[in-house]
Design a protein around this ligand. Sequence first.
Ligand SMILES: CC(C)(COP(=O)(O)OP(=O)(O)OC[C@H]1O[C@@H](n2cnc3c(N)ncnc32)[C@H](O)[C@@H]1OP(=O)(O)O)[C@@H](O)C(=O)NCCC(=O)NCCS
Length: 172
Amino acid sequence: MIVRNFEPSDFEEVLEIESEAFSEHNPFLYMNFYEMNSEGFLVAEYNGYIVGFVVGYKLSDNEGRIFSLAVRDGFRSMGIGTMLMNAILPVFMTKFLHYASLEVRISNIRAQEFYKRMDFIPCWVEHGYYSDGEDGIIMKKRLTPFTSAFLNDSNKPVFPGKKHSFRLRDYI
Ligand SMILES: CC(C)(COP(=O)(O)OP(=O)(O)OC[C@H]1O[C@@H](n2cnc3c(N)ncnc32)[C@H](O)[C@@H]1OP(=O)(O)O)[C@@H](O)C(=O)NCCC(=O)NCCS
């Protein structure tokens, strides 16, 4: 198993995995990501087949966003998702980004558990984020060690941007 940069010849297999994993598709976005940001597009290859991919990009001066992560059905729970995440986070760090963030469907408990295990923290809910009206949870992970400047009075991490994380208690 290797994790390497996406190449245009991987496109078909990536789209296959993407349409198997997600209900919303936008094939053109993936080629755009490759053209604009090839270092943030990684694939996992096993015996010559693409079995997973991750796409991440610089969202702001200090934040990298995981746009998409998926592992082919039948290859899940083998550590491939973890490998892909462990490969994309250093890409963010080389760009001196301080946070990684992502959004996940509120119904996608397995992915939420996966991200929590990777130290992502649920931060807030985006109501009606998806085109079918489902809510999304924004999760973030600090890429460098916390300092007291980033902890509130209860020793909880404080992320820049939105501040209504309390609403998550209704969901998590
Ligand atoms: C979320 C997703 C990317 C995780 O990928 P994955 O390859 O299954 O992730 P990992 O194998 O690294 O970790 C997942 C599980 O495998 C277990 N695991 C990790 N390495 C393992 C190993 N070597 N042997 C056995 N189990 C292992 C983990 O403990 C974890 O346990 P779980 O079954 O309770 O979740 C994958 O499930 C997926 O593609 N889902 C559909 C798309 C999706 O929801 N993407 C996220 C949208 S935001």
